[in-house]
Design a protein around this ligand. Structure first.
Ligand SMILES: O=P(O)(O)OC[C@H]1O[C@H](O[C@H]2O[C@H](CO)[C@@H](O)[C@H](O)[C@H]2O)[C@H](O)[C@@H](O)[C@@H]1O
Length: 250
């Protein structure tokens, strides 16, 4: 008997072709390379994942980057040091072998303090301080999401240059400069990315900014998991992403 996977919500999309020698590959971290978990600190690449990414980066002439909403210092603990790592939704860029500490931006103290108070006043909410971007997690208190979004909107009215970004059980205070699409555009202007075809793989709203850039620049997007996307291809989740990456690296 054959078992068939039920189709994912959103338009049915084919599996992407394997990335080729002329491509530049951008991989989101949470929800793409790793399954979502309650505790962001407990999320790591799967066993052997670093070796696969390193091998694939070599095949692509080094044109492979992990791009995440995580702070660059946090991301650098979780992604191989030999890769390009882009944190803070594009705010902080760390070249292969570079120390991430020097790359990190900082958020205004007024904003940090207001969000600390909001998190302390909300049972189950947790503030992740990650340099220029701040994330208020409410996975442990889903019922509080709406009120937290309203409170954060009020707080951000007094903070110049910041906006609210909703994610998966998370509300982020993001500076205007933090944008995965613009980060991709900047990366594509310099070696080893320049002259290649950008391919962005991601699961979340912020990844759509980068998918849109990749497509508009003549490249491709790969949507991970269910949902609408401008991407022409889809992989069902992190396990499927790793199957695809392993095939490309071998
Ligand atoms: O751009 P990404 O790499 O996808 O990062 C987006 C956010 O990911 C993390 O939060 C999400 O994953 C957590 C761990 O699985 C989960 O607990 C949380 O509910 C998700 O929103 C990370 O903590 C954030 O800083 C990133 O912005």
């Amino acid at each position: 008997m054959t078992s068939q996977k039920p189709p994912l919500p959103g338009p049915p999309l084919p599996e992407p072709p394997l990335p080729g020698p002329g491509d530049a590959l951008f991989l989101d971290f949470d929800g793409t390379l790793t399954a979502l978990r309650d505790d962001p600190d407990a999320v790591w690449l799967p066993d052997g994942g670093a070796a696969v990414l390193t091998a694939l980066s070599g095949k692509l002439g080094g044109a492979l980057a992990v791009i995440s909403g995580r702070g660059i210092v946090d991301l650098a603990k979780r992604a191989p040091a030999g890769l390009w790592r882009i944190g803070g939704h594009g705010l902080d860029i760390c070249a292969p072998g570079e120390d991430p500490a020097g790359a990190a931006h900082a958020a205004p103290a007024l904003l940090v303090n207001a969000l600390k108070r909001l998190a302390a006043d909300t049972s189950g909410a947790r503030l992740e301080e990650k340099g220029g971007v701040l994330a208020l997690h409410y996975r442990a208190a889903p019922e509080a999401g709406e009120a937290l979004a309203a409170a954060m909107t009020e707080i951000l009215r007094d903070i110049d240059g910041y906006r609210l970004q909703s994610g998966k059980m998370v509300l982020e205070a993001k500076p205007f400069g933090a944008h995965k699409g613009r980060a991709l555009a900047a990366m594509m202007e310099n070696p080893p990315f320049a002259g290649r075809t950008p391919v962005m793989v991601g699961d979340d709203a912020t990844d759509e900014d980068a998918i849109a850039f990749a497509i508009d620049a003549g490249g491709e997007g790969v949507k991970v998991g269910p949902g609408e996307s401008r991407a022409r291809f889809r992989l069902s989740g992190p396990a499927d992403v790793w199957r695809w990456l392993e095939a490309a690296a071998s």
